[in-house]
Ligand binder design. Sequence first.
Ligand SMILES: NC(=O)C1=CN([C@@H]2O[C@H](COP(=O)(O)OP(=O)(O)OC[C@H]3O[C@@H](n4cnc5c(N)ncnc54)[C@H](OP(=O)(O)O)[C@@H]3O)[C@@H](O)[C@H]2O)C=CC1
Ligand SMILES: N[C@@H](CC=O)C(=O)O
Length: 412
Amino acid sequence: MAKKLTIGLFGFGVVGQGLYDIIRTKDLNLEIKKIAIKHPEKQRSLPSELFTTNAKEILNDPAINTVIELINDAEAAFEIVSVALTKGKNVVSANKKMIANHLEELIDLQEEFGGSLLYEGAVCGSIPIIRNLEEYYDNELLYSVRGIFNGSSNYILSKVFSENLNYNTALKQAQDLGFAETDPTLDVGGFDAKFKLVIATAHAYGLIINPDDVINIGIQNLSEKDIRYAKEKGYKIKLIPTARKINDQQVVLYVLPKLIQPEDFLYNVENEYNGVIVQAAFADQQFFFGKGAGGHPTGSAVLSDIAALRYDYHYEYKKYHQPRAPELTNAFLVNVYLRYQDEKIIKLLGFEDISERLFTHNFNYLIGTVSLQNILDNAEELSKEGIFIAEIGNKNIAIEHQQTLESIESVF
Ligand SMILES: NC(=O)C1=CN([C@@H]2O[C@H](COP(=O)(O)OP(=O)(O)OC[C@H]3O[C@@H](n4cnc5c(N)ncnc54)[C@H](OP(=O)(O)O)[C@@H]3O)[C@@H](O)[C@H]2O)C=CC1
Ligand SMILES: N[C@@H](CC=O)C(=O)O
């Protein structure tokens, strides 16, 4: 029997309003009793009695059994969600930074106080990837999860690549459309994609990782030269988070721009759309596609979680509780394109091999193989002006196919 939900909503911005628009079109046996916001002076589209700036009006109200957290402040969000769970309320959140940074504590709070925290909208907007990783892939050999997890950076890349728009104009558009984070460095620097990858990895592999241990390189240093190079060779450039199981016990995680070939499903994922490719034994590749940002797409994922709470759904974190969850390693080689000015960076990165190199008066690049650990150790150097690094090539795909063959051979 579906429970009646009495909701306290935190945040009435892009996603909060998007959710409200969707809810009011349907008769869902739920009531939004109060909405907490930060700036009482802002004009609102709803009666003022509905709003409060006092979180306690929601958190201390025993009639409110469900808290929906949609604010743009990760630390305040953690406080709100923790108190709500401690009081035995169910919670839905779309705050990937907060969840990725506090996942272990949030799991403990759910288990101690019996509440459920759902966060489908936090990873790839409207794409239902968390519940799929949690439920569907439980018994599969899951080799990798990768994709386009950030709508803003994909929007910018689409605009500069296909419409020759200037980077800053495209970023401004992504902000105006409500796709970007309050601090857009989170988007273009690959942090937002990393938070989402960390959350997805917990549900894919049962592995909870501190985001600081994962390398993220963004698209801020992309230049005309990189775009020209990519176009001449038939690639597009996308920002790709990857989680890959490299053996029974080890997983690698990284967020890097990538030169993508037309055969890749992600090649045609444009603008604020996201795409997730799950590579599993026997099933091989599966592709999820949908809008990754914006009020209504994200609101629809939040609503799906709300609906699930009516039937007491909660994540069981079965893979996290399994006795031998794999561990994170950075001992992994990636093939990269590196545009640089100063030769010093080549030495610092300690390339295993270099297969291609160009040195001219205004454009130096090389293609070579480098360890993830060395990229992580030199992240600051790599963020400097004049340097752009991106994954390239299909060596990893070869590894995946080899793994698939090995697993098939071991079964038969
Ligand atoms: N925009 C998107 O496409 C997506 C966003 N998300 C995530 O959803 C969350 C919300 O994003 P978005 O809607 O874009 O953000 P907005 O900036 O549009 O809205 C933020 C809202 O939070 C309110 N707020 C801020 N601090 C507090 C606080 N301490 N207590 C109560 N209310 C507060 C603001 O109040 P006020 O109105 O008074 O300023 C505002 O209503 C973020 O975690 C974001 O990362 C997830 C997926 C997609
Ligand atoms: N800023 C994010 C919003 C959704 O998560 C993005 O651009 O993807």
